[in-house]
Design a protein around this ligand. Structure first.
Ligand code: GDP
Ligand code: MG
Length: 192
């Protein structure tokens, strides 16, 4: 049994997709154990996207580099640097603005293999590469290039913990223990 964090980002809320997106997880049998609307302040944003997660920042930078390479564009000329860590920090800055630009809806989902299952339903980071049927594939066409040239984060509607370690770090940032409910869904009985 695992718990994982999802955050419906401001674009999902502004587009009125909260119920639709949450419903997709519930339909798959994932149990909603915590949920609330949040206006993210700088403190929470900084902790959610920590400046000292070098591996993740480098990975973000590499994603940006790969994308420019694919487009045969000069990253250094367009972004001012081709250093993956510096690029990662740049994207992180845009993420802090994005997550705190409007209300978000945070939730904890529980179930067997919840982390992987939620990532599967969420889809690829880059919406134009996300499969149809996934949240990002069905509701967005944004790309790294569009976002980078606009000097903003990719609008992909939702954050979902990337792995169990990330989930264990993120959930307590958003919810206290008392806010997490315990109950049994009817499917749990049916699957026994
Ligand atoms: P996720 O776990 O699938 O959300 O992806 P990451 O953890 O790698 O990235 C976090 C967020 O940063 C993504 O959801 C996007 O909003 C944004 N992002 C990722 N890669 C890029 C990029 O190359 N350019 C820009 N502008 N934003 C990006
Ligand atoms: Mg991630």
């Amino acid at each position: 049994m695992e718990q994982t964090l999802v955050v419906l980002k401001p674009d999902a809320i502004l587009r009125g997709l909260t119920g639709e997106l949450l419903g997709r997880f519930e339909r798959a049998g994932l149990k909603l154990v915590a949920a609330k609307m949040v206006q993210v302040d700088k403190g929470l944003a900084e902790k959610h996207y920590p400046a000292d997660r070098e591996e993740w920042l480098k990975l973000l930078g590499h994603k940006t580099l790969d994308n420019y390479k694919e487009l045969k564009k000069d990253t250094k000329a367009e972004m001012g640097t081709d250093d993956p860590l510096k690029l990662g920090h740049m994207v992180r800055g845009w993420l802090l603005d994005y997550i705190s630009s409007g209300p978000v809806f945070a939730a904890v989902l529980e179930g067997p293999h919840a982390v992987e299952l939620v990532r599967k339903i969420t889809g690829h980071t880059l919406p134009f590469k996300a499969d149809p049927g996934t949240i990002r594939g069905d509701y967005s066409f944004d790309s790294s290039h569009l976002a980078n040239t606009g000097k903003r984060a990719i609008k992909n509607l939702i954050h979902a913990s990337g792995n169990l370690e990330e989930a264990k770090y993120e959930i307590p940032l958003w919810f206290s223990k008392e806010e997490i409910a315990k109950y049994e869904r009817s499917e749990e009985k049916a699957m026994k």
